[in-house]
Unconditional design. Structure first.
Length: 305
């Protein structure tokens, strides 16, 4: 390879990485907008109705991708694990929006940012993966950050916080199961999630059903569209650049959650939430970088919700 070819290749790699970072940041913004919109909608509509209409829109929008990869749907392996993954997906997203009725977005996102910490602990227990002393130390520090964010002395350790924390554990389990199904095409995994959410919503939505107005129906369409756009951006980001380059930018979600929470709902995150989030992010980044250095750079999944 000539010098010019090497320079050209290096420039192409740099451009791809920058594009990957840009798409990851864009995807996080779309996810954050969708979270804020969902929190706004569950003030009027039930969580079941939100999940049903949102998932229907998302599924319709990805029909062209489903058709193009239709053959993969007949070759799915490990159906029991696929169903478990769908169930965990429904659990975590339902918990997210149920908690959003009572808690600020920044609080919920703080709990969900702990997912990489839970994944490290669960991977050791469930998958038998080796976790060294340094990563266990980071897990312990991360749990301290969770306790600080929960503010138990202020009486916040009630059921909305428990729902959010349970949702983050469900999201971590979802990532562990997804890791074991890494051979399944992305469109199959996403479509199974949408179909599972539609089935759950069809059961839950009739309880407290409220027919949306034309304006609100448009908001449901927007929510579904944002979910698809966010997923497409994140997935494309991971194809353009290594996970070790782009995944840390997912932590910018806490910034958007705090901003949208303040601008839309008037929520002001307390210092304990900010401090706890900083500890959780620091521990999560250390675990991620440690995994990369040890050669275990895992495939990332989409951010929560």
């Amino acid at each position: 390879m000539t010098l010019l070819e090497k320079i050209s290749t290096r420039n192409d790699e740099r451009s791809a990485r920058l594009a990957g970072i840009g798409l990851m940041l864009t995807g996080v913004i779309f996810f954050s907008l969708g979270d804020a919109l969902g929190k706004f909608m569950v003030k009027t509509y039930s969580v079941g109705e939100l999940l049903l209409l949102r998932a229907v829109v998302s599924l319709i929008l990805v029909v062209p991708l489903i058709w193009r990869s239709r053959g993969a749907f007949f070759q799915m392996s490990r159906p029991a694990m696929q169903l478990l993954r769908v169930a965990l997906s429904i659990l975590e997203i339902a918990a997210f929006f149920a908690a959003s009725v009572y808690l600020p977005l920044a609080d919920i996102i703080t709990f969900y940012l702990a997912a990489p910490i839970f994944v490290t602990a669960l991977s050791s227990i469930l998958l038998g993966e080796h976790v060294d002393v340094r990563r266990w130390a980071a897990v312990g520090i991360g749990f301290c950050g969770i306790l600080i964010a929960l503010r138990p002395s202020a009486g916040v350790f009630d059921w909305p916080a428990a729902i959010a924390l349970g949702g983050s554990i469900g999201f971590a389990l979802l990532m562990v199961v997804t890791r074991s199904l890494r051979g399944t095409p992305d469109i199959v995994l996403a479509s199974m999630q949408f179909l599972g959410t539609i089935a759950f919503g069809a059961i839950a939505a009739p309880v407290g059903w409220l027919t949306p107005s034309a304006r609100d129906f448009g908001l449901f369409l927007l929510a579904g569209g944002l979910a698809v756009l966010a997923s497409l951006c994140v997935n494309r980001s991971l194809k353009l650049a290594p996970a070790s380059v782009v995944v840390p930018y997912q932590y910018s979600m806490i910034i958007w959650a705090a901003m949208f929470g303040y601008l839309v709902f008037g929520d002001v995150p307390p210092a304990t939430t900010a401090f706890g989030a900083a500890i959780i992010i620091g521990a999560g980044l250390y675990i991620f970088l440690r995994e990369r250095n040890l050669g275990h750079d895992e495939t990332a999944v989409n951010p929560p919700a």
